[in-house]
Design a protein around this ligand. Structure first.
Ligand SMILES: Cc1cc2nc3c(=O)[nH]c(=O)nc-3n(C[C@H](O)[C@H](O)[C@H](O)COP(=O)(O)O)c2cc1C
Length: 165
């Protein structure tokens, strides 16, 4: 699996976020993956960093809080059915890997797996996290996205390796 420089594929990642990518987490041997549509690949603290935003209501949130790591798998072919399922069902209720026909593939440098065959993979260790602070957000954006008070936590994950299938 060829290693890639994450910063050179930031545009491709951003384009694919528009339809959804897989954010995978694991704790105590149980893996979950959920769809995310917001995030970014960039350079922070002199390191390549994948920033993701997870609402506190997600099962995924409770896992990252314990594991302090995650992977992002970016489809380079049509995986829209799995993206839809993983973006609408919770691991609290079903095994999404089984339901979506996905296979968890062992991570290279971290415990969390990636989604086999998706295309591009980023293995990340959380360097910093930040719960959103309501008072710090622009009011129009707050009303548009947080009317239900389900705030995001931002996770800044150092990309320890990135590769293609
Ligand atoms: C296209 C798309 C993008 C999404 N982006 C995000 C996101 O960036 N952050 C988030 O917290 N939830 C996002 N969601 C919602 C979660 O994927 C969804 O609530 C999921 O069922 C959570 O699974 P879990 O409870 O197993 O963690 C998105 C859903 C879709 C369909």
């Amino acid at each position: 699996m060829p290693v890639i420089n994450p910063l050179t594929v930031a545009d491709k990642v951003t384009q694919t976020l528009k339809t959804g990518v897989f954010l995978t987490t694991q704790v105590d041997g149980k893996a979950d993956t959920m769809t995310i549509g917001w995030g970014s690949v960039g350079l922070i603290w002199g390191k390549p960093v994948f920033t993701v935003m997870v609402r506190r209501s997600r099962y995924t949130w409770s896992v990252i809080e314990k594991s302090h790591e995650f992977t992002v798998s970016v489809p380079t072919h049509d995986m829209s059915a799995a993206i839809k399922l993983c973006g609408t069902k919770s691991a609290r209720d079903i095994d999404k890997f089984e339901a979506a026909g996905l296979t968890a593939q062992k991570g290279k440098l971290i415990t969390t797996p990636v989604i086999a065959g998706a295309g591009m993979h980023f293995e990340c260790k959380v360097l910093y996290k930040q719960d959103m602070i309501a008072d710090n957000l622009d009011k129009v954006t707050a009303e548009r996205w947080y009317g239900d008070n389900d705030w995001h936590t931002l996770y800044f994950g150092e990309i320890v390796t990135a590769y293609e299938d």
